[in-house]
Design a protein around this ligand. Structure first.
Ligand code: MG
Length: 370
């Protein structure tokens, strides 16, 4: 099952509505997706996707994925696609850093490994739990009533979890947003207040202390893990870390120093499923609950994240994301896991379990072969 050909596709994925993060600081309208098709000498085909949430969200770059693959492709040709940890090591030697470049390669190789073993991705990654994973909507920042309208729209689609984007220089507005949404939260509904690094330490401590009676969880309130550690010392609300959780070392530090109660694992951010499952294991070993999400992308990226989520015991698994629900383009119509009753559920099919419709991807922008 040696890799004999790597084909790279680029596809624009427009969002159905413009999207604002952090009180309007960041606006997004279209995602630059890269799809990777790996073919082996045994006839197996695996698919991967790498789609950053724009270029300004975290250090990742759509064209950078394609440039990075161009740099590492030659050393991958001839490797056994099932040896995912060996491939991980070689990629890290050939191109240190740039984890988002390697994520789609890792995904495509694991797709093939799953097909070869007759195992679905969740079983390949340690074993599936049969329960579906709660989908968290992604609620763009705006006036409190506007944000409730978005939540209502997702409720009608069956969603019972919401990642609500707050964070901006108007911290009084943030306090009003949080109180308004909590007043209108339904019983059993899970809401995560995601700050996307927007607050200073001072702003974070003021807002989090002002709503400490609500017991809500905040995600990535400040830029760095050091900032979050400092804020944690003067606040009581539970904290999730995602954007500054990049490596296994980050997870070990967060666990050891008690910096967060929740880990938000972003597969593309951390460099693929092979690295993400180690972060999962450290989190579980330390009583830290987990969200698993794509940084963005099509149903392929949703399936990758939901596959890892489905290996996490129920009491540790908080949710995933269905970014496909926010797009106007579908590269795999009728295929892959779709949101149903507010959940994603990975079927017991070998590997990823589906592939995109190649006719919708256009011609490859690059092909690397033996
Ligand atoms: Mg987040």
């Amino acid at each position: 099952m040696k890799i004999k050909k790597i084909s790279v596709y680029q596809k624009d994925l427009p969002l159905s509505e413009p999207y604002w993060l952090s009180g309007g600081r960041l606006k997004f309208e279209v995602l630059d997706a890269t799809f990777v098709k790996i073919e082996t000498d045994s006839g197996h085909i695996g698919w991967g996707e790498g789609t950053p949430w724009g270029n300004t969200y975290v250090p990742a770059h759509g064209p950078g994925i394609r440039a990075g693959i161009e740099t590492i492709a030659s050393v991958l040709i001839g490797m056994d696609s099932r040896q995912n940890e060996r491939i991980e090591y070689v990629m890290d030697k050939e191109l240190p850093g740039h984890p988002y470049v390697k994520s789609p390669i890792d995904m495509a190789c694991l797709d093939i490994a799953g097909q070869a073993a007759g195992l679905s991705l969740p079983d390949l990654l340690g074993g599936r739990y049969e329960t579906g994973t709660r989908i968290m909507s992604s609620v763009s920042s705006g006036p409190p009533d506007y944000m409730m309208e978005i939540i209502e729209k997702y409720r009608k689609m069956g969603y019972c979890g919401h990642s609500v984007k707050v964070g901006g220089s108007d911290i009084e507005l943030d306090i009003r947003r949080i109180r308004h949404i909590e007043e209108n939260r339904l019983e059993g509904e899970r809401i995560l207040y995601d700050v996307n690094r927007a607050w200073t330490r001072r702003e974070a401590s003021i807002v989090m202390n002002a709503v400490s009676d609500l017991g809500v969880t905040f995600e990535q309130p400040c830029e760095t893990t050091d900032d979050i550690k400092a804020v944690r010392a003067v606040t009581t609300s539970p904290i999730s870390v995602d954007e500054s959780l990049v490596s296994l070392n980050d997870m070990v530090r967060i666990a050891h120093e008690g910096i967060a109660d929740v880990a938000g694992i972003k597969i593309n951010r951390v460099g693929g499923l092979t690295k993400a499952k180690r972060i999962r294991d450290v989190a579980i070993a330390h009583g830290i609950q987990i969200y698993v999400m794509a940084t963005g992308g099509s149903v392929l990226a949703d399936a990758e994240a939901a596959s890892l989520a489905q290996t996490i015991p129920d009491e540790f698994r908080l949710g995933c994301w269905a970014c496909q629900d926010m797009l106007t383009v579908d590269v795999a119509p009728g295929r892959g896991p779709r949101s149903q009753h507010g959940e994603l559920r990975i079927p017991d099919l070998p590997g990823l379990g589906f592939s995109p419709d190649e006719s919708l991807l256009g011609k490859p922008v690059a092909v690397y072969a033996a």
